[in-house]
Design a protein around this ligand. Structure first.
Ligand code: GDP
Length: 367
């Protein structure tokens, strides 16, 4: 039930029913003189940012406001799901503002992956997407790797301006901001965020004061409908989400062979000289190799059991076929949110399958 009260932090209408939705406050809190929603409460008392989400439409509306601002835009993406977490529409909204591209979750990449090369590769990917970031940085909000460096770069590139942090849901934006908040807490500076800073905050934008009266603004995470998260049960989602460094799994395949990534993705090697296929997916996703001629039957019989995730209870959209002719050299076949397969070949014909709605694409290889 929406009350007539508004949060004195972010201004949102207070509701007392759904703790997962914006504006929630427990009933008891509504009797206080100053009512704040749980999100603002946790921010002020625990220095903890809770994620908020928004749809494409809300996103467009909110981001119109960015166009006329003088700000540094920090765009956070997930290095494990670059395509799925990109936010293709952002360029339209940034105006003349600089964008700093920060790829999070770098802890997931094999240690052997050359970080400099990944940055270079991301620059090229950005160019392909029509974005020219002022810099590209890697970090892990989880392990803290490089977070300080990212903060230092933000401070340099913002040149006295406000900072807007944008990203899709699940890229680790809240983890990053919480990390910033806890760092400044450790420095024993005056409390970085106090309620008095909130009035006037644009609805759903949380402003964190910086040292020079400027703001670091956390924006709601954009819900990307193509992300695996919207299709899978929580259990399956857990299985496909990597938590540790990816262990590349290498297969030498002949034509007319097939790889299954659980029961969620399938890659048919249709035609070409023997080639190597290196799978980068959560270690808990089992890989099965079979003859192409067996693949349909194997899937029919074993999806949900041998080929899992999904779980036996789950019904996903039917697998959709994507046909590719890969150029010679190293190319990644990407299943958004699930991982990718690096194919090293003289040029081969493949077919890639994933449940309808999951983005399947080919890109130049990250490695
Ligand atoms: P937000 O929706 O962008 O605010 O993302 P969250 O901060 O809530 O993080 C989403 C998920 O990614 C959580 O399960 C985090 O534990 C995880 N996560 C965040 N940062 C990292 C990281 O640097 N590495 C890894 N492996 N996981 C991360």
């Amino acid at each position: 039930k929406t009350t007539s009260l508004h949060c004195s932090g972010c201004g949102i209408a207070i509701q007392t029913d759904d703790p997962q939705q914006l504006g929630y406050a427990p009933k008891a809190a509504c009797a206080r003189d100053v009512v704040v929603c749980r999100r603002c409460y946790r921010l002020t008392h625990y220095n903890e940012m809770q994620p908020v989400q928004m749809s494409d439409d809300d996103f467009s509306e909110l981001f119109q406001t960015l166009y006329d601002k003088h700000a540094l835009i920090v765009k956070v993406i997930d290095v494990f799901d670059v395509h799925g977490s990109w936010i293709t529409g952002l360029q339209r909204f940034v105006g003349r503002n600089q964008v700093l591209l920060v790829a999070n979750k770098v802890d997931l990449l094999p240690k052997s992956t050359n970080r400099g090369k990944v940055r270079h590769w991301l620059k090229k990917m950005a160019a392909d997407f029509g974005l020219k970031p002022v810099d590209v940085l890697l970090m892990s909000a989880e392990t803290g790797e490089n977070v300080e460096d990212v903060c230092a770069h933000i401070d340099t590139y913002r040149r006295g301006r406000d900072v807007y942090v944008v990203g899709c849901t699940n890229v680790g934006k809240s983890s990053f901001i919480n990390d910033i908040l806890s760092r400044s807490a450790k420095d024993a500076r005056p409390p970085l965020v106090t309620t008095s800073h909130f009035p006037g905050t644009t609805l759903q934008f949380i402003e964190i004061p910086l040292e020079d009266e400027r703001m670091l603004v956390d924006t709601p995470g954009l819900i990307n409908r193509h992300q695996m998260a919207h299709l899978l049960s929580p259990e399956s989602l857990k299985a496909v989400t990597p938590k540790k460094e990816l262990k590349p799994r290498v297969y030498q395949l002949q034509e007319e062979q097939t790889l299954f990534l659980g029961g969620l993705a399938r890659l048919d090697f249709k035609k070409g000289a023997p080639a190597s296929f290196i799978v980068y997916a959560a270690n808990s996703v089992p890989i099965h190799r079979t003859k192409l001629s067996n693949a349909d039957a194997l899937f029919e019989q074993h999806v949900g059991t041998l080929l899992s995730p999904p779980t036996p209870q789950e019904t996903l959209p039917a697998l959709e076929r994507h046909v590719f002719r890969l150029q010679a050299g190293r190319v990644d076949v990407v299943y958004a949110g699930l991982g990718w397969v690096t194919v090293q070949s003289d040029g081969v014909a493949i077919e890639a399958y994933a449940p309808a709605g999951i983005g399947v694409s080919v890109r130049m290889s990250m490695h």
